[in-house]
Write a protein that binds this ligand. Structure first.
Ligand code: ATP
Length: 327
């Protein structure tokens, strides 16, 4: 029989994402409903080591669901990579009688939690909190929907100025290793081309396209580039286009961190609330070292080692569709 969970800790770790507050709120309120006490741990694993805990109750998470960022703050913590750092964290948790954790973060944070369980038997359930949407075990991660909406709003504005000057605009979006953001933003922003890390043929296609269409001088184009694209990002692509075409008028906008900020979309709030609720229930059911996600509308628990080692791929049919729709 599972030991009854009486007190849990919740923390956000790695990069921040809009919707993390909605997830914290859901964890705290679900736990309160079941009579479980909650400590918030500040700045992820750093706060666990520095003993930076705050008691949370239903009222302390009032009026945060609409806020971007994370009320608990987040951090990357070098010390937690070491067994010594994790021992200090485990002692601090034991000292407070915390018998379960909810970690809102990405693969790195899941890896840390897995080690904490292997070495100190403190169970963690993970929630996928990253704008990149590149975590296995869930169709969507918390923050992705808000980030793509922020980027599309920016593109709509850039389109106005691009059209007024017959310019080609390269818009660089986040996505160091994956093209989920770029693909969604490119499709919904009506981009003429989309550069993602998973594909390597877009540059040749774009040059061909501009050679064969008078469009580059008579109209304007929006091209979306993931920061991790193989050409080296939007500025590198701009250089290549300028080398190839002397008459082209290219501008680059790098959206950067605005994609991480802002009030979470309704979709992210619902997702974060649902996953936060399920995380507490999973801990209560004795689940350990698992990430909660939603796949095809169903709640799914994925072992951390599987979630960490498997990759989620962009849908190749969407890449093909984006090309067809850009014609
Ligand atoms: P994001 O997707 O935003 O990068 P993430 O959770 O993958 O989120 P990381 O910076 O990789 O972010 O990890 C967050 C923290 O988790 C690290 O700073 C570290 O404290 C802990 N962590 C990551 N990898 C490990 C590991 N191999 N062993 C122990 N702890 C780790």
């Amino acid at each position: 029989m599972n030991k009854k969970i009486k007190r849990i800790g919740v923390f956000t770790s790695g990069g921040d994402a809009p919707g993390m507050n909605a997830a914290i709120r859901a964890v705290v309120r679900t736990a309160s409903y079941y009579g479980i006490e909650v400590y918030g741990i500040k700045e992820g694993y750093q706060g666990m080591i520095d003993n930076d805990f705050i008691e949370l109750n239903s009222r302390s998470v009032a009026n945060i669901i609409q806020n971007g960022g994370t009320m608990l703050k987040t951090a990357r913590c070098k010390e937690f990579f070491t067994p010594e750092g994790r021992s200090i964290a485990a002692n601090n948790l034991r000292h407070r009688h915390i018998d379960g954790l909810v970690c809102i973060g990405g693969n790195g944070s899941y890896t840390g939690a897995l080690k904490l369980f292997e070495e100190h038997k403190i169970p963690t359930i993970g929630l996928p909190g990253t704008i990149d949407n590149d975590l296995f075990g869930t169709d969507f991660t918390i923050g992705y929907d808000t980030a793509i909406n922020t980027a599309v709003n920016a593109i709509d504005k850039i389109r106005d100025t691009a059209g007024s000057h017959n310019r080609v605009f390269l818009v660089e979006v986040m996505g160091r290793d994956s093209g989920f953001i770029a693909l969604a933003v490119g499709i919904s922003g009506g981009a003429e081309a989309i550069f993602i890390p998973e594909e390597n043929s877009e540059m040749a296609k774009l040059i061909d396209h501009f050679k064969n269409h008078s469009r580059r001088t008579k109209s304007f184009s929006i091209i979306v580039v993931a920061e991790g694209d193989k050409q080296g990002g939007a500025l590198a692509i701009q250089q290549k286009l300028e080398q190839e075409f002397s008459d082209i008028n290219v501008r680059t906008t790098i959206l950067g961190h605005i994609q991480r900020g802002g009030s979470p979309s309704a979709r992210d709030r619902v997702l974060a609330s649902h996953l936060g609720y399920e995380a507490v229930r999973a801990l209560q059911n004795g689940e350990v070292s698992k990430a909660v996600g939603i796949v095809g509308g169903e709640v799914v628990l994925t072992d951390f080692d599987v979630a960490i080692s498997k990759s989620k791929n962009v849908n190749p049919e969407l890449i093909k569709m984006a090309e067809i729709l850009a014609n």
